[in-house]
Write a protein that binds this ligand. Sequence first.
Ligand SMILES: Nc1nc2c(ncn2[C@@H]2O[C@H](COP(=O)(O)OP(=O)(O)OP(=O)(O)O)[C@@H](O)[C@H]2O)c(=O)[nH]1
Ligand SMILES: [Mg+2]
Length: 359
Amino acid sequence: MGKLKLHVLSGFLGSGKTTAIQLACMMLKKKNVNAAVITNDQGMKLVDSAFFKAQRIPLRQVVNGCFCCQFQQLETRIQSLIENTGAQTIFAESVGSCTDIVATVINPLLAYQPDAQLSFSVFADARLLYQILKSKPPVFEECVNYIFFKQIEEAGLIVVNKIDLIATEPLNELKIILDEKYPEKSFLFQNSLNEESIELWLDTLEQDAKESRLNPLSIDYDIYAAGEAQLAWIDQELQINSADNNALEEAVKLVNLIYTKIREAEYAIGHLKFILDDETKISFTASSPTGMKLEMENKKANGCKLLINARVQAKPEAVELLIRDAIKEIEKHTGNKIISTSLSAFQPGYPRPTHRMAT
Ligand SMILES: Nc1nc2c(ncn2[C@@H]2O[C@H](COP(=O)(O)OP(=O)(O)OP(=O)(O)O)[C@@H](O)[C@H]2O)c(=O)[nH]1
Ligand SMILES: [Mg+2]
């Protein structure tokens, strides 16, 4: 068996990391490569984990803190995947609000997993990157943007993702700006829904793993922590019951209503994601069009489960209340009951990495 390939992904909330990993795993599977995933979050119940499970991709989670603050958990999970699933390639997706990965994750991995072939990619949504670089009306508070830029700054390879969703002119302009601003970095302009794009990314990771040229960040942890603390984290599980077998339709109505209410409240969205019956992932990001609405489900069901992961720039209590209002509205409209089976609402705490290897 060859060396373990360990691909660490960073990048802002909703930039497309999970999407790229999922397609990469599917493609590797076809080539008889055992690929597995480690998801990561400050919370405990993750839409992305349910999503990978639904795709039957071997998975472990590092929960209750980012890779840097839960480094031992990360090591244990890597070991578990190797021993129990025979993983040859592992994708480790760090939390989208996390940065300083080179000093706190990559360098410790290089020290403690010397036999692994390591790569590091930083994802950015092309539209959001363009908007922030062009100083268009600010999407996020300055300290949140600080995290966004620190993620880019520490990258060797930047995956400018979702290029299928940006027009040619701004994309070309973005390429020029990036070349000027970050002449030493490598860029991939990617559509993570496209196999050719993912093939190229995987090939690049092989190269990237060979020539490590990553510099630890110089970073102010107080600003970083303040940026994370601007974000509300809501993880909520709901059971939607419907006497008239319309549970799925009601779930979709609720999803749309929560999104509309967040937009109306003008809370900047990092990532608002849902998974319906541990199967169907629904996702809204900072760059989703304002009037975006989901199609109605036609399938009938007397009950369904909805997991919500909201990462929104607001106070947690405000988002919690907003979701409660949306639930009440749907209940009033349908006469059916929606039960909240678990709820966790918080702001990420001050990042305290297990290791920081900055030399
Ligand atoms: N059109 C298009 N959509 C994409 C692409 N990559 C990701 N998406 C969509 O963008 C949304 C967010 O993608 P995710 O893969 O969940 O993003 P993420 O970086 O894993 O998000 P977090 O885990 O919350 O940080 C989903 O709706 C994806 O389908 C892309 O290249 N093109
Ligand atoms: Mg993800």
